[in-house]
Write a protein that binds this ligand. Structure first.
Ligand SMILES: Cc1cc2nc3c(=O)[nH]c(=O)nc-3n(C[C@H](O)[C@H](O)[C@H](O)COP(=O)(O)OP(=O)(O)OC[C@H]3O[C@@H](n4cnc5c(N)ncnc54)[C@H](O)[C@@H]3O)c2cc1C
Length: 412
């Protein structure tokens, strides 16, 4: 055995590096094993909605992401084919102060956030090893982790292994934890762009026009992360050699004032699309091992919850470690049960938002019009939508029943 640590975290992305920072600050001996030597833009989450900011603040990590270039969007304007632009602006939702002490939704580059959190973990005393391969986890009361780094094989012991290695989690596969998935609902993807200097600072926007659902998240200096969702039947629409141009052309939507600015924007990263779906596991635990973040099952990115989910996971797992020295699977029951209900509710939110905003039929348009008239004032009908901003546990349970979903689907 090369060394014994308190905790070995496999995967130094958002969830893994955030947890490592928090635990190292608490004085734990933490080892982070990260496959990449440098973080790349793979078109992942870059907007932390308000309830995720609460988690970030509770973890003491807000300044880390602000220093990484993060900035707050303070209002959301729903430019949409259903509304003249002036009406959309009048209907803008304030994001600042919606939750106590939360300045808005935090926009930050994903590679930059991972880099900043990994650096913070190392600064707090964690050992962060990048460029590892062949990670192998042996569960048990005294788990063992084997890995390769610079052609040298290592074997370390610990009290707990945390699998934070993302969607295709090696740890999950090695433990034989089955990943359940629903069928893809849409195709979704995005591109980072520069040159949007005319876009109002601090204003995010989302809405539907024609056959696309767009989500626009600005950052400082004219940079923005643009996402688009389209029907599965159009798979490959943004896949050819001219994909960047096709993507920016699709953004010239008549519901957005001045949308010609998108034609002049400069691609600042790859344009990548994925099938959008939900996934989950029955139980993200094994003796001496627990999964967090996407490794434990991801929510459909159409509602942009993955970063908030990851940070809630980090807090729940850190709280278990702080509460006692018990590292048995039973000690993680509060996390497992809370996560199960949280993800169930967010699956409903994703289904509802897809039905309202990314289903491109006249019936869906009528449903969206009817829903937009009531969702802000009716916490049950509005619950699945509002949950994405304030958090799924902040709304009445009746909002997340099948019966309520059917009511929403029947609207219009
Ligand atoms: C198109 C798209 C848009 C999205 N938009 C949003 C959004 O706006 N807001 C939001 O909140 N969420 C969004 N998400 C979701 C969000 O990106 C993820 O939920 C979040 O990144 C999960 O963090 P993680 O740390 O679990 O995984 P990751 O960020 O994927 O990190 C996993 C890490 O593990 C490493 N790793 C993998 N395998 C191994 C291995 N075997 N050994 C060692 N290391 C390994 C990887 O290199 C990586 O660094 C989006 C996702 C997609 C696909």
């Amino acid at each position: 055995m090369d060394r014994i640590h308190d905790v070995v975290v496999v995967g130094g992305g958002i969830a893994g590096s955030a947890l490592a920072t928090v635990l190292a600050r608490d004085g734990y001996d933490v080892l982070v094993l990260e496959r990449q030597t440098s973080y790349r833009d793979k078109v992942r989450g870059e907007t932390l909605l308000c309830w995720g900011v609460v988690e970030l603040q509770r973890l003491g990590l807000e300044q880390v992401l602000l220093d990484a270039g993060g900035c707050y969007a303070t209002r959301m304007v729903p430019y949409d084919e259903l509304l003249p632009p002036a009406h959309a602006e009048a209907a803008a939702a304030p994001l600042a102060g919606l939750l106590p002490g939360v300045p808005g939704a935090l926009d930050v580059g994903h590679p930059e956030a991972c880099e900043a959190l990994a650096t913070a973990a190392a600064g707090a005393g964690a050992t962060v090893v990048r460029g590892v391969g062949d990670v192998e986890v042996v569960p048990g009361e005294e788990p063992v982790v084997r890995y390769e780094h610079d052609d040298v094989a290592y074997q370390v012991g610990c009290r707990l292994v945390v699998g934070a290695d993302g969607r295709m989690s090696t740890v999950r596969r090695q433990l034989g934890i089955e990943l359940q998935q629903c069928a893809p609902r849409t195709m979704g993807g995005g591109m980072l762009v520069d040159g949007l200097h005319d876009w109002p600072a601090g204003q995010m926007s989302l809405g539907t026009e024609g056959d696309v659902y767009y989500l626009m998240f600005p950052r400082a200096g004219g940079r923005a992360r643009l996402y688009l969702m389209h029907d599965l039947a159009q798979r490959g629409r943004f896949a050819g050699p001219d994909r960047e141009k096709a993507f920016l052309d699709a953004y010239q939507l008549s519901c957005i004032p001045g949308s010609a600015m998108f034609a002049a924007a400069e691609p600042a990263g790859p344009c990548v699309f994925y099938p959008m779906n939900d996934s989950w596991v029955d139980d993200p635990r094994a003796p001496g091992v627990v999964l967090i973040g996407d490794a434990a099952g991801w929510n459909d990115p159409i509602i942009g919850q993955g970063l908030s989910i990851s940070l809630r996971d980090v807090r729940m797992v850190a709280d278990v470690l702080r509460a006692s020295t018990d590292r048995s699977p039973a000690a993680f029951t509060p996390y497992v049960e809370e996560r199960r209900e949280r993800m169930r509710r967010l699956r409903i939110s994703a289904e509802v938002v897809t039905a309202l905003s990314a289903t491109f039929t006249p019936q869906a348009t009528a449903r969206r019009a009817a829903y937009s008239a009531v969702f802000r004032t009716d916490p049950v009908l509005g619950g699945p939508r509002l949950a994405t901003i304030v958090g799924p546990d902040q709304l009445p349970a009746e909002g997340f029943t099948r019966q309520n979903v059917e009511r929403i689907l029947a609207m219009g």
